[in-house]
Design a protein around this ligand. Structure first.
Ligand code: N2P
Length: 381
């Protein structure tokens, strides 16, 4: 049982009789300090991405702790950012991408963790924590949730049919950014993630620019390129699993973890759809999502309890085993199923890792410039 009492108000009334010799009143019995202690309600409000937690994870935590979890989802970093900036989110635990987390820490939107309440922090991979210190210098605010990469996924049969005599390109990014390919794939459906900070970075990377460029000229170049494929994009969505698994779309610019979930779902449903996660020759874009407690969270004690629970080896391993996302929990590696551990689209090998673009952050001005480009692109359909 996690029994956490958070003292939210404490006042001590000290009646002092110093200096008043004449007031020789009989010694009063010591008055205990009236500490007003309010137990944290047994509630935890979590705000996470869709398809990013297992059923059991929440159910087991609730059972064990007696804490009721309210779980809501957001589809992109922009949505979470807007809530945090507006304040009073009502959330106790949120999952920002590292690309946004730095500015959230700098803006004072997140609470410092009480590491003494998270003994399982010791299970985290020290190398990953060192990398995360680019965003969170002393690892004071963020606990890794999971990572994967943005890439291209396909419905093998539909893409082969739509491309006809044209073979798959050497660089998988061509399937979503090169009009020669997108024009052919339009008929079976191309889906893009619905977020500026998910689309402009791979577009800039495809153009040979810094994926995390803050330069408006680079954003514009990406916009010009994207305008050419706009008529070929069927839908913008950050919940692509069913679309891919059911065969509603044939190509996705999305997250490898979700594509692998689509692959598994299609197999489960025996739909005959074969989803393939591609590793672009020039590399995908690694992303890294983190657990954080909003500054004004009402149930920080419960949030700490959940973080510590999540960092148990078996709990972290279940996220990988069921959802194809890799965690930073070193202790969980031994519990990952061999078919997952051997899947090179889940656990990237050294060669693939070399090609991958590591995450970075954007400045506020860049975000605005990019978001203008992205809205113009979307409208341009
Ligand atoms: C959603 C996974 C979110 C990853 N299934 C993107 N940060």
């Amino acid at each position: 049982m996690h029994k956490k009492i958070w003292v939210i108000a404490a006042s001590v009334l000290v009646v002092s009789a110093c200096g008043k010799k004449e007031a020789a009143a009989p010694a009063a019995a010591p008055v205990p300090a009236p500490v007003v202690a309010i137990a944290e309600e047994k509630i935890l409000n979590i705000y996470n991405w869709p398809d990013y937690i297992t059923q059991d994870m929440v159910a087991n935590f609730e059972k064990e702790s007696g804490i009721k979890v309210n779980y809501q989802t957001f589809e992109n970093n922009e949505a979470l950012q807007a809530k945090l900036v507006a304040g009073n989110t009502g959330y106790d635990l949120v999952v920002p991408g590292s690309v946004f987390a730095k500015s959230q820490i700098d803006a004072g939107l997140l609470a410092k963790l009480d590491k003494s309440k998270i003994p399982n922090l010791s299970k985290l991979d020290a190398d990953i924590m060192a990398k995360l210190s680019n965003v969170d210098a002393a690892n004071d605010y963020l606990v890794p949730w999971a990572w994967s990469y943005t890439t291209v996924g396909i419905n093998k049969a539909k893409v082969a049919k739509a491309l006809g005599n044209t073979p798959l390109p050497e660089n998988a990014w061509d399937l979503v950014f090169n009009p020669t390919y997108t024009a052919k794939l339009k008929s079976c459906g191309i889906v893009y993630l619905d977020s500026v900070t998910e689309i402009l970075p791979p577009a800039m990377h495809y153009l040979g620019k810094n994926a995390y460029s803050n330069e408006p000229a680079d954003h514009k170049a990406a916009g010009d390129m994207l305008a050419k494929v706009r008529p070929h994009i069927r839908v913008f969505s950050s919940t692509q699993i069913d679309d891919l698994a059911s065969g509603k779309v044939c190509v996705a610019l999305g997250w490898a973890g979700d594509m692998n979930q689509a692959k598994a779902r299609a197999l489960e449903n025996k739909s005959g759809v074969e989803v393939q996660v591609l590793l672009p020759k020039t590399g995908g874009l690694i992303f890294f999502d983190t657990l954080a407690i909003p500054k004004d969270a009402k149930h920080p004690g419960n949030a700490h309890a959940f973080i510590d629970y999540y960092l148990r080896a078996e709990v972290s391993a279940s996220l990988t085993n069921e959802l194809s996302y890799v965690t930073a929990n070193k202790a969980s590696v031994a519990l990952v199923k061999p078919e997952m551990a051997n899947d090179k689209t889940v656990f990237l090998d050294a060669d693939a890792l070399k090609t991958m673009v590591p995450p970075a952050s954007f400045g506020n001005a860049a975000r605005e410039s990019m978001s203008n480009v992205f809205s113009a692109f979307k409208k341009g359909g």
